[in-house]
Write a protein that binds this ligand. Sequence first.
Ligand code: NAP
Length: 527
Amino acid sequence: MITGKNYIGNQLSANGNKVFKTFNPLLNIENQWEITEASTDEVNQAVELAAEAFKTYSKISGVKKAEFLRAIAEEIETLGDELLEVYSSESGLPKGRAVGERGRTLGQLRAFADHIEEGNWVAASIDTAQPERKPLPKVDLRKMNVALGPVVVFGASNFPFAFSTAGGDTAAALAAGCPVIVKSHPMHAATGEMVSSAIIKAAEKTGMPNGVFSNLNSSGIEIGQALVQHSKVKAVGFTGSIRGGRALFDLAAKRKEPIPVFAEMGSVNPVVILPEALQKKYKTLAKTYSNSITMGAGQFCTNPGLIIGVKSEGLTNFVNALAEDIIKEEPSCMLHPNIIGAYETNKTAALSQKGLKVLAGYEDDVKVNHAKQVVTAVEGDIFLNNPTLHHEVFGPFSLVVQCDNINQLEQIISNLEGQLTGTIISDGNEIGKYTTVVNALQSRVGRIIFNGVPTGVEVCPSMLHGGPYPASTDSRFTAVGVDSIKRFVRPFSFQDWPNELLPEELKNENPLGISRLVNGKNSKDKI
Ligand code: NAP
């Protein structure tokens, strides 16, 4: 049952007096549930409980935390079709997508469970003492990753499961040993409450401390601001707009004790099509890209918003084919009237830029809240000189940049802001001639794709979902895959500490049997 209340630790609570409703974009009506925004008291209670829970939760073994994460996955599954229906009614996303995204979310939780159960992630490093060393004896030093403290997670509008309540950030923080306070996304607050109920049940069943998880509703930015400014919050995970992510980053930096904000934000995901590929594969490429641009109404952070090539017969054929194909794609419903409103505003702003040509746009009537896709083109020098054209238009929109030559193409890449992904489309061995282009692209992105599309983010240890600013606020970390746990830990050293008082990971006996760096060599042996 959806109550519209907040979870302050294990308790449902609704002390605030501000209520709001979520919206069904397919039916163009408000959903029935009345959601109560968290009060200032509830914000403080959630953080105090999290800080108290941290004292025990951060010391719980990897095996016990893994039990908790697996129990969350089970409890989410138990919510069954009702959860999928609520998800669709708050996002307009179809059932197939809901099933797929739930599967991804459960997979993430279980992948983190395996990761922390195995235990190597703590990166244990031991340098044993050398009391006889001259001129000075060497001390015994043992280092490992430890949890940071309570983490605030901002739910993302475009992934109500996988990047929200029990999504990647929450799974990573809980796996690291950090209690989580979710600032629920106002567009899918009821989905958020249902998923939160699963987390709370799992916490109770596996004996986790009260406060290991809280879920706060809000319909404006104040709750998020208060959470980021709270002295007992130690890190933030965010997915959304550059404006929102940057505002929270700045707020965290201004605190008396600054804290890290790991924000995954905007990206236009440049796709570079090399000359021979344009000549030989333009038809297939146009089809593939018209599909990738419009998939999920373009509401993916990896949507291909920028396609770059050198002027040639191949490029002309490609833009013509793309123009033909794009209008054959069926428009889909966007997440919310605000998102479609932002799409229309940003699209209009881009289209009003001097030198921008519309190649093709969907012209027929569409159902309410459905987005009409557009592909556009611009000359290389105009693009270079107009930063507005470099900005993301979140939705089914893409811009083809027609360069005079390969030098201009390289210059354009080097002038781009940081991106989540870059793609190179090449035919045969032609890529060998363009190493400087590839190097330029590599310096602007977090992941480079060869002969594919940027949409689709595999969840696995080798994934890097992040990139130079503004793709993310810290390009050293990924927001997807088990390595994302590293955002919520800090390395910590024990010096000359008695063996029996050390954490299991660092004891001489190596009771967990993990891989450790001992005196500079990888080993699972006892010391
Ligand atoms: P958003 O506007 O950045 O909001 C994300 C979350 O951050 C919301 O919970 C929002 O709270 C909060 N927030 C935003 N600005 C804040 C501030 N100044 N202080 C405190 N909290 C703040 O993103 P969204 O709602 O997901 O979508 C809006 C737009 O973001 C889209 O149209 C799109 O342009 C972009 N977006 C990009 C990506 C991407 O991956 N590139 C993904 C999703 C969205 P409230 O909603 O309560 O105000």
